[in-house]
Design a protein around this ligand. Structure first.
Ligand code: ATP
Length: 385
């Protein structure tokens, strides 16, 4: 049944053909889980009991190999196929990167995060192997870790738990919940948590994932973080298809996080300086009083120009909408050269003249190059005196 469903996925038949009657290749993890739930997997995960070379050759496509982990990724058209040699993972210290050693499929399944991800189907004959709780958990919609120390070994599983429970609408098993509540970030690298946070932001309901993280373990989020910020829907609608909607979402959630703590947290998570600044600036703009209180288009422009569009969207309200939809596109039809050609003296007065002409244009008091030039020259003359 799972193999028949695999055949219907883009690139699914190509994978089945490449595997042929090779009994060492298993479909695993999210791909099996999603097919069993009649959902479309985001990628095809394969485990090979042995080396990957032969299967990689039969699959063709462009492969990237990660020797240290015995894994590879192949792109077949648009479809990503993740391959891994069956392996065990042991953790020298909680949160450290695991030590990897070759293993059989049963042991490979034991290293996984949740029972519903510890299911494998052999592609050549459809045989199924799974953690003992997996099928009932899948049926009942339960997320359950496989060991008592799961979250200590790898604290990113807390985020994975929140992501899966939100996306799949699954409940977290009570014992798993109490283990999650006791987990600490320990020695884990911030970048790995940052990767999970980014994945959360790409989910259809990122704020629901944040709420799930907070419920599982509030210490996983910085103090002041709000998973359900007011005005977010309006801000996302104002931003439309432009800009970084995921950073806007994060900024909205971070409006109550003290600025210094926020920038340190974003640095720890491995955000680039540009991303960090956008989130930090955006998070402070939620109550941007000058923009909210502006009375004229020129005042709106004075408050909003130069700010990231995400920040303006977060401010919300009519003025933000007017800036984003209309005023930010208003430009002068003249430049400094036109003023010089008309006899103005070089110097700071040129800038003052142009600003004045733009202000009048924004306010609808003048339009067209001729009127702009006249206004700018007048202000230029005054400024030069
Ligand atoms: P998605 O649907 O979001 O792609 P997925 O379940 O396919 O999720 P991946 O991150 O692609 O998840 O990982 C593939 C499989 O590898 C998972 O189903 C799980 O079995 C295992 N896995 C991934 N990350 C971890 C982890 N941190 N700890 C244990 N097992 C993991």
């Amino acid at each position: 049944m799972v193999v028949a469903k695999l055949a219907e996925l883009p690139a699914g038949q190509a994978v089945i053909d490449a595997v042929g009657n090779d009994a060492s290749v298993w479909l695993v993890g999210g791909a099996v889980r999603d097919l069993m739930l009649d959902r479309t997997p985001t990628e095809i995960d394969l485990v090979v009991e042995g080396p990957l070379d032969e299967l990689l050759e039969r699959l063709g496509g462009e492969a990237r190999r990660f020797e240290r982990f015995g894994t590879a990724t192949v792109l077949l058209g648009e479809v990503r196929v993740d391959l891994a040699s069956a392996r065990t993972e042991t953790y020298a210290q909680p949160g450290a990167l695991p030590e990897v050693a070759p293993a059989d499929l049963e042991n490979d399944l034991r290293r996984r995060d949740f029972s519903v991800n510890a299911i494998a189907v052999r592609i050549s004959d459809g045989e199924l192997k799974a953690d003992p709780a997996a099928l009932a958990d899948l049926e009942q919609g339960t997320l359950r870790v496989l060991t008592q120390h799961s979250f200590l070994d790898d604290p990113t599983r807390l985020w994975r738990c929140a992501r899966y429970s939100t996306r799949l609408g699954f409940n977290v098993d009570p014992q798993t919940k109490s283990l999650a509540a006791a987990a600490t970030a320990g020695a884990i690298s911030g970048e790995r948590i940052g990767d999970e946070l980014r994945l959360a932001l790409r989910e259809p309901q990122p704020t629901a994932v944040f709420a799930a993280v907070e419920e599982l373990n509030p210490a996983a989020l910085p103090e002041g973080f709000c998973p359900a910020p007011q005005g977010l829907d309006e801000a996302l609608e104002l931003l439309g298809d432009e800009g970084r909607s995921e950073l806007l979402t994060l900024a909205a959630c971070c409006k109550g996080v003290e600025l210094d703590l926020l920038t340190r947290w974003l640095d720890y998570l491995g955000f680039s300086a540009d991303e960090r600044d956008l989130v930090a600036i955006g998070s402070r703009w939620v109550t941007a009083a000058p923009l909210r209180n502006a009375q004229t288009p020129a005042q709106i422009a004075a408050a909003a120009s130069g700010a990231p569009i995400e920040a303006v969207a977060l401010c919300g309200g009519d003025n933000a909408r007017r800036w984003l939809e209309q005023l930010r596109f208003v430009e002068l039809e003249i430049g400094g050269d036109d003023l010089l050609a008309a006899g103005a003296q070089p110097g700071p007065a040129i800038g003052a003249g142009l600003s004045y002409a733009l202000e009048l244009t924004l306010n609808g008091e003048i339009s067209g190059a001729q009127k702009q030039l006249e206004a700018a020259l007048k202000r230029c003359g005054e400024a030069a005196q």
